[in-house]
Design a protein around this ligand. Structure first.
Ligand code: SF4
Length: 279
């Protein structure tokens, strides 16, 4: 282990604007109404969720179990149209914390449908954001892997992309789609924060001996960052907190690249930095 390890942090990492805004809305609502309920976790990060719980944010699994006397906040990555409708029918007070960039994807999906195009959504099947986008159109086709691409030819189609998708993977799927579709309109809806984070992590992976990505193991965008880095630098590790760091990882390491998923709070990133420095 060298005497000093340089920590090179990504230019952009951690909370994106959408997540920050959603958390602020949840905190403000909890303060104003005493409590606010949310369908599922606001971000895929257990530490953030615990902190919010302490402030009065209650996580529920389904709308049926919602308390009608407490407002419900719909999260950053969007909520299917049917759930908005159901909440309205139940008389629930709703707070919209959908990220504006996710709303834009909803809008584009509808535009493509109005142009009489089959609507493809490149994204993870079952992910809440993808479900929300799919609910905007009548016959969405979700493409997570090459196998999901239709085997028959299509004359006119359009594509939107889940905001946090891996750009390199999307490129491969688009090329495969082009073989099937004559008139294909592609709207690149990978959001700028995701694109920037992926670019930054690529740069780090090329120029550092070890890459540490901080984020929850349940966070899809963190896992994607890990994959992007690993492809360039196999010596990439993911940690949820400083406790996951192992001293032996730093043997013969001079430069460490550090990045974090969009749902990782700054406080945890700082704790990880401190622990690396202490080794
Ligand atoms: S990852 Fe992008 S689209 Fe998703 S909440 Fe953050 S800024 Fe919005």
């Amino acid at each position: 282990m060298p005497a000093k390890v340089n920590i090179n942090t990504a230019g952009e990492m951690g909370f994106c604007a959408g997540v920050t805004q959603a958390i602020e809305k949840a905190e403000k609502a909890a303060e104003k109404y005493g409590q606010v309920q949310m369908l599922g976790d606001i971000v895929h990060n257990e530490i953030v969720v615990e902190e919010l719980t302490d402030k009065g944010v209650v996580v529920i699994d389904n709308l049926e179990s919602a308390d009608r006397n407490i407002p419900i906040l719909f999260r950053a990555h969007g909520t299917p149209k049917e759930l908005w409708q159901k909440a309205k029918e139940m008389g629930l007070q709703t707070i919209d914390a959908t990220c504006p960039l996710v709303k834009e994807i909803h809008k584009y999906a509808k535009i493509l449908e109005n142009e009489d195009r089959s609507v493809f959504i490149i994204g993870d099947k079952g992910h809440d954001e993808v479900n929300g986008i799919a609910s905007q159109v009548s016959k969405p086709i979700i493409i997570s892997e090459s196998e999901d691409i239709p085997k028959h030819n299509i004359s006119k189609a359009g594509v939107v992309i889940q905001s946090t998708q891996n750009f390199d993977k999307v490129k491969i799927l688009i090329v495969q789609l082009l073989e099937r579709v004559k008139d294909l309109r592609i709207i690149n809806t990978i959001c700028a924060p995701t694109r920037n984070r992926q670019q930054e992590v690529k740069k780090l992976a090329k120029s550092n001996d070890l890459i540490i990505i901080v984020g929850s193991f349940t966070s899809a965008n963190t896992k994607r960052l890990v994959k992007v880095a690993q492809k360039i630098n196999p010596n990439t590790k993911q940690v949820e907190s400083p406790d996951d760091l192992r001293k032996k990882w730093f043997d013969n390491v001079t430069n460490v690249g550090l990045s974090a998923g969009a749902s990782t709070p700054n406080s945890i990133i700082e704790d990880v930095k401190r622990k690396i420095t202490s080794f």
